[in-house]
Design a protein around this ligand. Structure first.
Ligand SMILES: Cc1cc2nc3c(=O)[nH]c(=O)nc-3n(C[C@H](O)[C@H](O)[C@H](O)COP(=O)(O)OP(=O)(O)OC[C@H]3O[C@@H](n4cnc5c(N)ncnc54)[C@H](O)[C@@H]3O)c2cc1C
Length: 451
C-alpha cells in the first residue's frame, strides 16, 4: 500500500456515515463492470483494481472524502450498479471507487410537470415503483433496470426501452437538471439547470459527482407484450417501420433474426423458430399491430400485460439479447450502430454476404431527433480484433453510425468526437483531472479549451 493510500485509509477510519471496503475480493468485484462482453476491454481492464471502495451515506461525508482525495491527488471513480459495458466504472489508475447506493431516495414527484427529483444511487426499478404510486413511469429504461442506478444510467447509459418514443438520454427534455459535487480543494455543491447539465450527461462521471437528478417522466400505462413471427427478415423490417410510424403508443420495438431467437430462453422462442418482431404497446395499440400483421399474413401473439408476465420481454431485448447469447457461448460479442435510413436491409444483406453467420442481426426501433429509425446491436462471433475492425469499417462504409462498445472512452463509445463542453466542465469542476481518469479523451488536449 502506498503512503498516500495508507494516509487516506487512516483518515477514513475516523469518519462516520461511511462504509469502507478494503478486502481484496470485494475490491476486485467492485472495480469491474460488464466490460467482459468485449474481449478487447477484458484484456485491457482485468488488472485495474481500486485501492479502497467507499459508500458515503450523506453529502457531508462524501465531501470529506473528496477533499482528502484532492489533497493527496488520489483518483476517484464513481460507481452505481456496475452494469456498464464499456468499463466506465473501472478505476484505470486505481485509487478510490465511490459507490452511491446510499443515495437512494426519491425526493419529489411533481404532479404538475411530471418531473421527479431523485438521488443518483436509486435503483431504477425502485424509482419506477415509486412513480407508479403516482400514476407515472420512467420514459427510458436500460434492460438492466432492476440493478442499474439512475445516476449510472444518466452518466453511462444512452437509451433503451422507451427510445422508440423518447429517443436518447441526451435529447433535450429528458434530463431537466441535476446536483453535483465538484472535485476541488473546497468542493462545491452545484445545482445545474437543463442546459448546464448537458456536459455532465453521459460523461462517465469524469466532470462531477452527481448526487441528484431532475427527470421528466411519462404517464404510466399498461404495456402489453406482443410477439410476431416472420419468415422473411425483410417483412420483419417492413412491419416494424409501419408500426413505429403508426398512431399508437409504443414502449418497445425489437427485431431478432431466427438464429438469435434459436438461442433465446424456451419461454420466448417457443417451438417453431422464426424471425421475431417484438413490441410493447397499449391494448389499443395491439389492435392496430394485429391488423397490420393480418395484412401481411403474420402469426401474432399477445402475451398479455407486461406486469402480469413471469418473464418480461426486457430479458431478451437491448443488451439483454447479447447477455442471452453469451450465456450459451462466451465467444459472442456485439456492436452498436444506427442504421442508414431506408438502407437498413441493404447494409444487413451486404454484411451477411461478406461475413455470413459471424454477424447475427438484432434491431431496435428508436426515435432519432423525432424521426423513427432503426438501431442495431448485432452479435458477433469473436475471432480477432482485425476482423472486428473489418466489420466496423464495412458497416461504416455502408452508412452506419457506430457506437463502439470496445472502447473505454466517452468519445470512443459515443459520437467519436471530443465534446468541448465536457472538457470545459472538467476543467472547471475537476481541475486536477482526478475523476475517473483516462475516460475522457478530450482531457489529453485540454489546453485547447481553456478560456
Ligand atoms: C445485459 C446488459 C444490458 C444493458 N442494456 C442497456 C440498455 O438497454 N441501455 C443502456 O443505455 N445501457 C445498457 N446497458 C449498460 C448499463 O446497464 C446501463 O448504462 C446502466 O444504466 C448503468 O447504470 P449503473 O448504475 O450500473 O452504472 P455504472 O455501471 O455503475 O456506472 C456507469 C458510469 O456512470 C458513472 N457514475 C455512476 N454513478 C455516478 C454518479 N452518481 N455521478 C457521476 N457519475 C456516475 C460511473 O463512473 C460510470 O462511468 C446494459 C448492460 C448490460 C450488462
Amino acid at each position: 500500500m502506498s503512503n498516500k493510500i495508507e494516509e487516506l485509509s487512516n483518515y477514513l477510519k475516523n469518519l462516520e456515515n461511511i462504509e469502507v471496503i478494503n478486502n481484496f475480493s470485494d475490491l476486485k468485484r467492485l472495480s469491474r463492470d460488464f466490460y467482459n462482453y468485449s474481449p478487447i476491454l477484458e484484456k485491457k481492464l482485468n488488472q485495474c483494481i481500486a485501492d479502497i471502495v467507499v459508500r458515503p451515506k450523506n453529502v457531508s461525508v462524501l465531501i470529506s472524502v473528496v477533499k482528502k482525495c484532492w489533497e493527496l491527488s488520489i483518483p476517484l471513480t464513481l460507481r452505481g450498479g456496475g452494469t456498464g459495458n464499456y468499463g466506465q466504472a473501472v478505476p484505470l489508475n486505481k485509487g478510490v471507487v465511490m459507490q452511491m447506493n446510499y443515495f437512494n431516495k426519491v425526493e419529489e414527484i411533481s404532479t404538475d410537470t411530471g418531473f421527479v427529483k431523485v438521488q443518483s444511487g436509486c435503483l431504477m426499478g425502485d424509482l419506477n415503483n415509486e412513480l407508479a404510486k403516482r400514476g407515472r413511469e420512467l420514459r427510458l429504461l436500460p434492460s438492466t433496470w432492476r440493478t442499474a442506478t439512475i445516476g449510472g444510467f444518466i452518466s453511462g447509459g444512452s437509451g433503451g426501452i422507451g427510445s422508440v418514443k423518447w429517443g436518447f438520454l441526451r435529447d433535450p427534455g429528458n434530463l431537466i437538471g441535476l446536483e453535483a459535487i465538484t472535485m476541488e480543494k473546497e468542493p462545491r455543491n452545484i445545482k445545474f439547470d437543463a442546459e448546464e447539465s448537458e456536459p455532465l450527461n453521459h460523461a462517465y462521471g469524469t466532470n462531477g459527482i452527481i448526487t441528484s437528478l431532475l427527470l421528466s417522466t411519462d404517464i404510466k400505462r399498461d404495456w402489453y407484450s406482443i410477439v410476431v413471427n416472420c419468415k422473411e427478415f425483410q417483412t420483419a423490417i417492413q412491419v416494424m417501420k409501419i408500426c413505429s410510424g403508426a398512431a399508437i403508443e409504443l414502449k418497445l420495438g425489437t427485431i431478432l433474426e431466427e438464429a438469435i431467437v434459436d438461442q433465446m430462453p424456451l419461454w420466448f422462442k417457443g417451438g417453431n423458430i422464426f424471425h421475431k418482431v417484438i413490441f410493447q404497446t397499449t391494448l389499443g395499440g395491439s389492435k392496430t399491430i394485429q391488423s397490420i400483421c393480418k395484412k401481411y399474413n403474420l402469426d401474432f401473439h399477445n402475451l398479455g400485460k407486461d406486469s402480469d408476465l413471469d418473464n418480461g420481454l426486457s430479458d431478451v431485448v437491448w443488451n439483454h439479447t447479447t447477455l442471452q447469447m453469451r450465456a450459451k457461448d462466451k465467444n459472442w460479442t456485439y456492436l452498436q450502430m444506427l442504421l442508414p435510413l431506408d438502407k437498413e436491409l441493404n447494409l444487413i444483406n451486404s454484411i451477411r454476404e461478406e461475413f455470413g453467420k459471424k454477424v447475427l442481426w438484432h434491431l431496435e426501433a428508436v426515435s432519432q431527433a423525432g424521426v423513427p429509425r432503426l438501431a442495431a446491436l448485432p452479435v458477433l462471433k469473436w475471432t480477432n480484433e482485425n476482423e472486428l475492425n473489418q466489420i466496423i469499417d464495412a458497416c461504416k462504409s455502408l452508412g452506419a453510425f457506430i457506437f463502439n462498445p470496445h472502447s473505454i472512452t466517452v468519445e470512443g463509445g459515443g459520437l467519436g468526437v471530443i465534446d468541448a463542453d465536457q472538457v470545459k466542465a472538467k476543467l472547471e469542476y475537476d481541475p486536477k483531472g482526478l475523476l475517473n481518469p483516462g475516460k475522457l479523451e478530450g482531457w489529453e488536449v485540454k489546453e485547447n479549451f481553456r478560456n
